[in-house]
Design a protein around this ligand. Structure first.
Ligand code: FE
Ligand code: CA
Length: 515
């Protein structure tokens, strides 16, 4: 029976060819699997919260960095959601079938939950039980007095331990936003504390192994188990500095590589099945936290224009001076026209007190005078796409979403800024506030001297610091927002401590840092 079911499944899978994402799940699955070692080595996760629904995630992988170690046949995973931590009051349970086509990952969309409350969840497969996680639904429309939102980005595995995640988990966040560079495809940087154990991933199997390696980290698992996550990617989930369908080195086979990387990302994240659109993965999405906050989560990689003025024979980013007039091209886009429209409509429709714009990189103008006395801009961030930034600010001016706050990552530095209609012009109104958070473990890429030059050239910044690692905690309330820049003392040791480098306040109704 099992053999027959497997043959049918394989035949169906083969007939459907390349559309691996969209294959129907098989009906028959092994319910009594045996595993060589713990199949829940990657832990658990939850995410994409709604008021009545949450996504629960796990993946069976007894050998996480070596192809997963599962038989190719489908395998049943049971799940439970409880009202209490000790699982005495189970509110829902069910079974999901994990298949090899999706790396034996489970994405369970649990509906019919109560708004604005904690739940606990866990999984079982055969005789194995997963660790338990805590999750939380969003408050109902019209509700919501407080939101503790922690956000983080950029966790190069070799350059540091993930102790910042253990500290983040202890902050008791309602929600975590991860803003990109969850994995790194390449080995680089100084003073490695551990190794990737394999070369740069290019195939689906290789990307799965990379996620497998990263997700075995116990501190990262603690962070997932503490709260639901909203996840967006940046470049390193595929390749450094890629733009839309173009790789950094103009590789002809780049799009196939990107497809594999996107599939692996979906397989390892608590995303909804509705993220699988048109043979790709759509990660931009909107989350309502009752009437308190709307979180607009953006994708500035998949649909962007190519970076302007790259180095000879290459693509990707560069520092460009005033001679690169292509930077001023009105046609440049970072979000693509469909996502720009979607965001504009989202601003128009939002009735929430706060509008958090979760995106990958530094939004504020950050040009600086370099060592040769040339004023330069970096082409990979919004500075490379000034017309796109202007359109977004015009959308905020026209639609007037309440209390816009940009959060970002990518640059491995903390930046805090007032976002003006015209940067640096004291006569122009402050439209929004920006908190760009530093990295979990990835080393700073801009020197303190470069950061100082950026601050000197751009008076709208309140802070810039590329020397520290950590994450940001936002306590969002009806009257105001408090941001704490949490930094760890040393990512080269697992026993790192955490402290608050700086605290900032934003008053509701008054964009910009409160003086
Ligand atoms: Fe990064
Ligand atoms: Ca990046």
């Amino acid at each position: 029976m099992r053999l027959h079911a497997r043959r049918v499944f394989l035949a169906r899978a083969a007939a459907l060819g390349a559309a691996a994402f969209l294959r129907p799940l098989p009906l028959a699955a092994s319910t009594k699997p045996r595993f060589a070692s713990d199949p829940f080595s990657l832990g658990i996760a939850s995410g994409s919260p709604r008021a009545d629904s949450i996504v629960l995630w796990t993946r069976l992988a007894p050998k996480p960095a070596e192809g997963g170690g599962m038989d190719p046949e489908p395998c049943a995973i049971r799940w439970e959601v409880a009202a209490d931590e000790s699982f005495r009051r189970i509110v829902q349970r069910g079974t999901v079938v994990a298949v090899a086509d999706r790396a034996h990952a489970a994405h369970v969309e649990v509906d019919g939950l109560e708004p604005g409350r904690d739940y606990h969840y866990r999984f079982f497969a055969g005789d194995a039980a997963s660790p338990a996680g805590r999750t939380r639904t969003a408050p109902a429309a019209g509700e919501g007095k407080r939101l503790r939102l922690a956000f983080a980005s950029c966790q190069q595995y070799e350059q540091g331990w993930f102790g910042a995640h253990a500290h983040l988990a202890r902050e008791n966040p309602d929600l975590v936003a991860f803003l990109g560079d969850y994995i790194y495809e390449s080995s680089w940087g100084r003073a490695h504390v551990r190794k990737h154990l394999s070369g740069e991933p290019r195939t689906l199997e290789e990307y799965r192994n990379r996620y497998g390696l990263y997700k075995t980290d116990p501190d990262l698992q603690r962070s997932h188990a503490a709260a639901p996550w909203i996840v967006i990617w940046d470049d390193h989930e595929v390749q450094n500095d890629y733009a839309a369908d173009r790789g950094e080195k103009l590789e002809p086979e780049f799009l196939a590589r990107r497809t594999a990387a996107y599939q692996a990302f979906f397989e390892h994240m608590p995303l909804r099945l509705s993220s699988l659109v048109g043979g790709s993965v759509r990660i931009y999405d909107r989350f309502e936290w009752g009437s308190l906050a709307t979180i607009h989560a953006l994708d500035d990689r998949q649909y962007r224009s190519y970076q302007v003025c790259p180095r000879e024979g290459r693509a990707g980013s560069a520092f460009v001076g005033p001679t690169c007039t292509a930077r001023l091209d009105e046609g440049l886009t970072l979000l693509g026209s469909a996502q720009e429209r979607w965001l504009d409509e989202g601003f128009a429709q939002s009735r929430a007190r706060w509008n958090v714009i979760g995106q990958q990189t530094l939004f504020s103008e950050a040009g600086r005078t370099n060592a040769n006395g040339v004023f330069v801009n970096w082409t990979d961030s919004w500075d490379g796409y000034p017309a796109a930034r202007r359109r977004l600010l015009s959308s905020i001016e026209a639609r007037r979403p309440s209390n816009p706050v940009f959060i970002g990552g990518d640059v491995h530095a903390n930046y805090v800024a007032d976002v003006r209609a015209r940067a640096g012009d004291r006569a122009s109104p402050i439209l929004a506030t920006e908190f760009c958070g530093t990295s979990i473990s990835s080393q700073g890429v801009f020197s303190p001297r470069d950061v100082a030059a950026t601050l000197a050239a751009n008076p709208d910044f309140h802070l810039g610091d590329s020397t520290q690692r950590g994450y940001v905690v936002l306590d969002i309330g009806v009257e105001g927002l408090e941001a704490r820049l949490r930094v760890v003392d040393n990512v080269k040791t697992p026993e790192m401590t955490v402290s608050t480098a700086a605290t900032f306040h934003v008053a509701a109704g008054q964009p910009g840092i409160r003086k």
